[in-house]
Ligand binder design. Structure first.
Ligand SMILES: Cc1cc2nc3c(=O)[nH]c(=O)nc-3n(C[C@H](O)[C@H](O)[C@H](O)COP(=O)(O)O)c2cc1C
Length: 263
């Protein structure tokens, strides 16, 4: 039976997780959610699928919900979900995925939260310290192996969290979803921008165009994944003022090429 691991990622954590699980499964393939959504034909899911993505504001990224809405799951018999997250308690995203799949008359067979490095630098904290990053990478690899074993055995196991329902309310997940496509108005480049265009290339939803050799955020499809900001080689992409003093992050096991979604 073929397993397809559908992933969405900004800075590579969720892709690394998808790749690590895939490596431990027979006959499996990793497929980018933004890429598959861009194709014109119907998305026919295989018998076993995984959906792997980062947690945003205690919830599911908009594009993942769009994917669930569009994918044909008629042949699918086993679904697992892996949510990468960073700070505090897990929660929010698995119950939302359960709800989204329920509308397709499907359920989650197994679901997991995996703590990884924090790439969310828009509020009051910075990227996870380098010292802590190492242990997070190691633990995530171990968890990927465990998940692969559970999936291979087609076991039912769903991580529980006290914050499953209250988390999205505290973090105003609904407000985030409503505004996410236009939040890109706060992105800009400093004079350090050398017009390399990498920000536009790593934007998996093609929301950035190069206009007069500078990036222009189009306020159409932005998911706030922060790939443009973290991957800028000149650290010139900013979001408001706070990000000027913050570190940048890309999962060290992922190459920039793997984040470029060429058509
Ligand atoms: C817009 C945004 C919102 C986020 N919200 C949360 C959150 O509510 N809780 C959390 O633990 N991490 C949050 N994060 C951190 C990411 O979920 C985490 O770093 C994830 O592993 C990044 O995955 P990626 O490298 O595949 O993009 C957020 C990140 C972004 C960009």
């Amino acid at each position: 039976m073929k397993t397809t691991l559908y992933y969405f990622t900004g800075t590579g954590n969720s892709l690394k997780m998808a790749k690590d699980i895939s490596q431990n499964l027979d006959n499996s393939e990793c497929v980018s959610i933004p890429k598959v959504l861009k194709q014109n034909h119907k998305i026919e899911a295989t018998e076993v699928i995984g959906i792997i993505f980062p947690k945003y504001y205690f919830g599911v990224p908009q594009i993942v919900l769009e994917f669930i809405d569009k994918v044909n799951l008629d042949k699918t018999k086993y679904i697992f979900v892996v949510v990468t997250f960073a700070k505090g308690l897990p929660g929010g995203a698995l119950s939302q995925m359960k709800k989204a799949l329920y509308l397709k008359r499907k359920s989650i067979d197994s679901g997991f939260y995996v703590r990884m490095v924090d790439n969310f630098i828009l509020w009051t904290w910075d990227v996870t310290s380098e010292k802590k990053q190492k242990s997070l990478h190691k633990n995530a690899e171990i968890k990927a192996q465990k998940i692969a074993n559970i999936v291979s055995e087609r076991e039912s196991k769903i991580d529980k969290s006290l914050m499953e329902y209250i988390g999205p309310v505290i973090f105003n997940y609904k407000g985030f979803l409503r505004k996410v496509n236009t939040e890109d108005k706060k992105f800009y480049v400093t004079e350090d921008c050398n017009s390399c265009g990498l920000c536009a290339k790593v934007c998996s939803v093609k929301n950035i165009e190069m206009v007069d050799e500078k990036p222009k955020w189009m306020s159409l499809t932005c998911q706030l994944c922060l790939a443009c900001l973290h991957l800028c080689p000149k650290k010139s992409v900013q979001f408001g003022e706070k990000t000027k003093k913050r570190g940048r992050y890309i999962n060290p096991f992922i190459k920039i090429n793997e984040l470029i979604n060429e058509d």
